[in-house]
Design a protein around this ligand. Structure first.
Ligand code: C2E
Ligand code: CA
Ligand code: CA
Length: 536
């Protein structure tokens, strides 16, 4: 990858690394605030429902306990009612209403004449009415009524503050809490300003029997409402409502906190991206400088003819030797060199080095060869043809003594036909082509056979499996078989044991290289190796 592209990519990554955590934090803050506020609105409605139904139950139990009264308004009746009103704090007074709808006596005493309260029509069992004006006190109150079978009723006067007390939570300037009868939207108690509802925008069944809705109100403010039905008192609901300004009141604070965390994360990510970019650029720069300063070395790994037991040449491997003596393996810098285009000058350097180092040896023994690794990009244009002529044209190295290695990866990447043409041209000069790391690229037999190849190099991973129970152990035989069918000579790579050598030899493999014979080495020791090996 070119320097500019790396910078561009890193900048895009850095911007993304910077923006993503902050945006995620803000979005998270919004979502969290929303769901926290909605659930607190729900909790308040539920608490009101529980408290109110408990109060109504206490009152109703008190009324039921008074079912034995004579309804004759005896002083005993009055006394019992008075005691009950005193004992139950939610009840202000108790009264008896005859079937003719006349209030005949209360816990305060006998009514003479009986009063005629304006009550809605009676229903069997329990009901809540009000707030209605209690005439004798000129005050408003709620009345809990229970009608008996004979048509008479007993009622408990409840001070409005008792139920309003349950609606206590602060829901903001536009929020409110109400106790409502759904049937006719009659309000028993309210806390806060309750404007008329215009329309319901959406409704969802939320958890535990609560209904959540968005509604428009006459005052133009949209609110979220939560309604919970009172347990044991069907049709009566506790409703809480809040405007968006209350719901999102904590949003900015949370966004700031999470945003700060997001910003911190962004900074760390940004720092990491920049550090990686710097490292990559500096490694790239270092590689470039090292190339100019000649800090590379060619190492030669001998290739052995298994049938003749002769050293027939070597694979040239480039090594990076730092001035401090540190050696960097090609695995670490070749991919970067390929990405940045530095592989081209690096290969030229290698060829120049080979010309200087091995020309003499190859001239002494024409049966020796040298294998050069080429990268996939070398097969993307015909430039490599010029480079090879430039470096090996007028030297003692004959083209037929050179094997160019291309990886299976390189073949797969090829789709323009240029690679085939380059390979054909190299072969026309009588150089050879080897398919490196064979077996790791999963290419098919017919695909491989469409390329002009001379050698197949079986990857070390398959050689490692020889003599083991590994799944790949059987594959060596198929690869050998495949190479023979394609009429290609075989080089086994990474041979480390005697057992592997015997196996390969028995199975008719032509050549092998690996630590069993020798590690890669500089030119002088290699020269010695060839001399010594081929003498015996
Ligand atoms: P490769 O072409 O498959 O080279 C063989 C690698 O296996 C070498 O590693 C070699 O040292 C190692 N090897 C050989 N025999 C044995 C063995 O018995 N046991 C073990 N464990 N390893 C063994 P190296 O030198 O690190 O090279 C790694 C890769 O770097 C090479 O793999 C090749 O793809 C690439 N490379 C090396 N030099 C060049 C070059 O000049 N140009 C290009 N394009 N690539 C190169
Ligand atoms: Ca190779
Ligand atoms: Ca290889």
């Amino acid at each position: 990858m070119k320097r500019k592209l790396i910078i561009l990519l890193a900048s895009v990554l850095a911007i993304f690394a910077g923006l993503a955590p902050v945006s995620i934090a803000i979005w998270l803050a919004y979502q969290t605030t929303l769901s926290t506020a909605e659930s607190s609105l729900r909790n308040i409605a539920q608490a009101i429902a529980v408290d109110t139904s408990k109060t109504l139950q206490d009152i109703d139990e008190a009324l039921i306990a008074l079912s034995g009264l004579s309804y004759e308004c005896t002083s005993e009746d009055v006394a019992v009612m008075n005691t009950m009103a005193y004992d139950i704090p939610e009840i202000s007074a108790i009264g008896l209403i005859r079937p003719d709808r006349k209030l005949v006596c209360t816990s305060w005493g006998v009514m003479d004449p009986p009063a005629e309260p304006e009550l809605p029509p009676p229903v069997q069992g329990f009901r809540l009415v009000g707030p209605l004006k209690i005439r004798m006190m000129q005050r408003y109150g709620l009345v809990a009524l229970r009608q008996w079978q004979n048509g008479s009723e007993i009622g408990a006067l409840i001070h409005p503050s008792v139920l309003i007390g349950h609606l206590g939570a602060d829901l903001g300037e536009h929020g409110f809490a109400v106790l409502i009868r759904r049937e006719d939207n009659h309000l028993f108690a309210r806390k806060g300003n309750v404007p008329e509802m215009q329309m319901v925008a959406s409704q969802t069944e939320a958890e535990e029997g609560a209904t959540q809705l968005r509604a428009h109100f006459r005052d133009g403010i949209e609110r979220t409402l939560v309604a919970v039905e009172l347990d044991g008192y069907p049709g009566i609901y506790s409703v809480t409502a809040a405007s968006d300004s209350w719901i999102l009141r904590d949003w900015v604070r949370m966004a700031l906190v999470l945003g700060a965390i997001g910003l911190g994360t962004s900074m760390i990510l940004l720092f990491l991206v920049l550090a990686i970019m710097r490292r990559r650029l500096s490694l790239q720069g270092e590689l470039q400088r090292s190339l100019q300063k000649n800090e590379f070395e060619v190492r030669y790994q001998p290739v052995i003819d298994l049938q003749e037991n002769k050293c027939v040449g070597a694979e040239a491997l480039i090594n990076w030797v730092h001035p401090d003596g540190r050696q960097v393996r090609p695995d670490l810098f070749i991919p970067l060199a390929e990405d940045t285009g530095l592989i081209e000058p690096m290969t030229e350097w290698l060829m120049k080095q080979l010309r200087d180092e091995v020309a003499g040896l190859l001239a002494e023994d024409r049966s020796l060869h040298i294998a050069i690794n080429l990268s996939p990009c070398h097969f993307e244009s015909s430039r490599i043809l010029k480079t090879t002529s430039q470096f090996f044209g007028n030297t003692a190295i004959r083209p037929e003594q050179i094997i160019y290695e291309i990886t299976e990866r390189g073949l797969i990447a090829e789709n323009s036909g240029i690679a085939r043409d380059v390979m054909k041209s190299l072969r026309k000069r009588e150089s050879h082509i080897a398919l490196d790391d064979f077996g790791t690229g999963y290419s098919s037999l017919s695909y491989i056979s469409s390329f002009p190849l001379d050698y197949l190099k079986i990857d070390k991973s398959f050689i490692d499996a020889i003599g083991t129970d590994a799944l790949t152990s059987g594959l060596v035989d198929s690869i050998i078989d495949m190479a023979k069918r394609l009429e290609l000579r075989i080089i086994a790579e990474g041979v480390e044991t005697r057992e592997q050598v015997d196996y390969l030899r028995q199975h008719g493999v032509d050549y092998a290289q690996g630590w069993y014979f020798s590690k890669s080495m500089p030119i002088e020791p290699f020269r010695e190796f060839v001399r010594a090996y081929n003498k015996c």
